[in-house]
Ligand binder design. Structure first.
Ligand SMILES: [Fe+2]
Ligand SMILES: [Fe+2]
Length: 358
């Protein structure tokens, strides 16, 4: 039985502006990287592909998509406080990750302007999309009388340094998992419109195509760097990023079962659909896929999730720091052990089945 951590409540930075959530390993991160190393990357083997992607991005199929129609012109006061807080939490996390993408792509575009004009243009077009996505979500938050101060977030969030290869693995996966998250919700609500309590979800079908295109651009970047897929270190890093992104997804979905129930989804079924599909898609870019069908895979992931929720409950308790530490220690060791065992499950060689992976 899954339990959510607690009822979400909305804290304000100032009236109408939401205080950002406390940063943890599971909250969306802001990234920075070694821009000079990206400027010196040889992308020639994928240049034709990247030029085709620029042309597609310039076509801007979603130019007129993110326009709020009359379905938003109504009051949402009828939603109870729990629904409102749970939904605002979903909007905030989504807006923060979209905005994090915007900042990274914008900075990459700026820093590569003179040295890699093709990449600079691609990143600028991706930043355009992410700005739309973040803006649309922030506007949705304002329907609930709260919004994020994105300028404040830009200045006050911690930026995590990832070297270029890590950025490529991590952003590829976040775009593709984003695609599967949006499309899975969209398809479910298409079949069950009775759960569509707010019009945002209707926008997900075209929206997720943006994420899919962004993922394809990162496929080209990844495949342009042979050592990222044709070396033992590349295979180990690919496994590491697949596992950490999937476990982070499962843990965050498990913490928010209330939200998924609100839209008529079983949180764990949803999580597994998203993880399995993203894993299969990753086989087109990554040298390996995880064996998510292994009988130990999801049970170990959900044991990590249950321990993660116990850790959060200890953190929230009033016990002295030292007591908290000793209560948390075995749980952290348990998570570490399960992660190691998960990492050691033999992966599937995607290079060997490259032409048959769909
Ligand atoms: Fe996006
Ligand atoms: Fe994206």
């Amino acid at each position: 039985m899954v339990k959510t951590l607690s009822q979400p409540t909305i804290e304000e930075l100032k009236p109408g502006v939401k205080a950002p959530v406390k940063e943890t390993l599971l909250t969306p991160r802001f990234y920075t990287t070694d821009f000079e190393a990206i400027a010196s990357m040889d992308i020639s083997s994928q240049e034709a592909e990247l030029r085709a992607m620029v042309a597609e991005m310039k076509a801007d199929y979603n130019r007129h998509h993110f326009v709020r129609d009359e379905s938003f012109d109504q009051s949402w006061e009828h939603l109870d406080e729990k629904t409102r807080a749970t939904f605002v939490d979903f909007l905030e996390r989504s807006c923060t990750s979209e905005f994090s993408g915007f900042l990274l792509f914008k900075e990459l575009s700026r820093k590569l302007k003179d040295t890699k004009p093709l990449l600079s243009e691609i990143f600028n077009l991706m930043a355009r999309d992410e700005a739309r996505h973040a803006g649309f979500l922030n506007k949705a938050m304002s329907d609930f009388k709260i919004s994020l101060d994105l300028g404040y977030l830009t200045k006050n969030r911690t930026y995590t340094f990832f070297k270029p290869e890590w950025i490529i693995y991590a952003v590829y996966l976040s775009e593709k998992i984003g695609y599967w998250r949006y499309i899975t919700v969209y398809r479910h609500l298409e079949k069950h419109p009775e759960y569509q309590f707010y019009p945002l979800f209707r926008f997900f079908e075209s929206w997720c195509q943006d994420e899919n295109r962004h993922g394809d651009i990162f496929t080209a970047l990844l495949r342009s760097q042979r050592h990222m897929w044709d070396s033992w270190t590349g295979r180990l890093w690919a496994r590491f990023f697949l596992l950490t992104v999937f476990v982070t997804h499962s843990l965050t979905v498990d913490e928010r079962t209330d939200f998924y129930e609100m839209i008529g989804l079983d949180a764990r079924e949803y999580d597994q659909t998203v993880v399995c599909n993203t894993n299969a898609t990753a086989g087109r870019a990554f040298p390996v896929m995880l064996n998510v069908d292994h009988p130990e895979f999801f049970p170990r992931v959900y044991r990590c999730s249950e321990r993660n929720m116990e850790l959060a409950a200890i953190d929230k308790s009033n016990a002295p720091k030292i007591v908290k530490f000793f209560r948390k220690l075995p749980l952290m060791a348990g998570i570490g052990w399960d992660m190691l065992r998960l990492y050691l499950i033999k992966p599937i060689d995607a290079e060997a089945i490259r032409d048959t992976v769909c």
